[in-house]
Design a protein around this ligand. Structure first.
Ligand code: URA
Length: 210
């Protein structure tokens, strides 16, 4: 196992993931579960954020109270399934800045092709968390993180709900300094680059497009 891979084994995450995997889980339920899991993953990925203190007054007494230090996070949705994780992150971190990267997999080569990118200008001053529910081949996540670096990001983390061993290998070799947070590492990829057992096509299940 790679040292920068963090598997979030929290029982609530595992239970909700199982509900998401079931093929009979309807779209609305799938979307709600992903949003809930995103909050729990956001909790883990922000666990070591630096704190400072500021002076406040409670109704009883003044105190030095902890607050987050520095600029707030930047959360990047890797379109389109990344949007399914985005809302949960913003529920927990409402002042986070948001960027989007659109990449599609060329159906023949499976290589990611960029069709959209918009990220905050000051991304280099923020902890940047890239979101994609499925780390399958790893090529999209690798390409997205490379584009974020090119845009100036220095402190990067990757969140994927489900990962394939093949994708983790590709990602960790390309970005060994980027911690990756995932709820489960499944068995393998199939011939169509779907994660097995996985949960199917995350985008289609989120938006009911199939
Ligand atoms: N993307 C998905 O949505 N599902 C997979 O299994 C692999 C990639």
């Amino acid at each position: 196992m790679y040292p920068n891979v963090h598997v979030v084994g929290h029982p609530l995450v595992q239970h909700k993931l199982t509900l998401m995997r079931r093929k009979e889980t309807p779209t609305a339920e799938f979307r709600r579960l992903l949003r809930e899991i995103a909050m729990l993953l956001a909790y883990e990925v922000t666990r070591d954020l630096p704190l400072t203190t500021e002076k406040i007054e409670t109704p009883v007494a003044p105190m030095q109270a902890p607050v987050l230090e520095g600029k707030k996070l930047c959360v990047i949705s890797i379109l389109r399934a990344g949007n399914g994780l985005l809302d949960g992150f913003l529920d927990l971190i409402p002042s986070a800045r948001v960027g989007h990267i659109g990449l599609y997999r060329d159906p023949h080569t499976l290589v990611p092709v960029e069709y959209y990118m918009k990220v905050p200008q000051d991304i280099g001053e923020r902890l940047t968390v890239a979101l994609d529910p499925m780390l399958a081949t790893g090529h999209s996540a690798v390409a997205a993180c490379q584009r974020l670096r090119d845009a100036g990001a220095t402190k990067l983390r990757m969140v994927s709900l489900l990962s394939a061993p093949e994708g983790l290998k590709v990602f960790c070799e390309a970005h060994p300094d980027v911690p990756i947070y995932t709820a489960a590492i499944d068995d393998r990829l199939n011939d169509h680059a779907y994660i097995v057992p996985g949960l199917g096509d995350a985008g289609d299940r989120l938006y009911g497009t199939k």
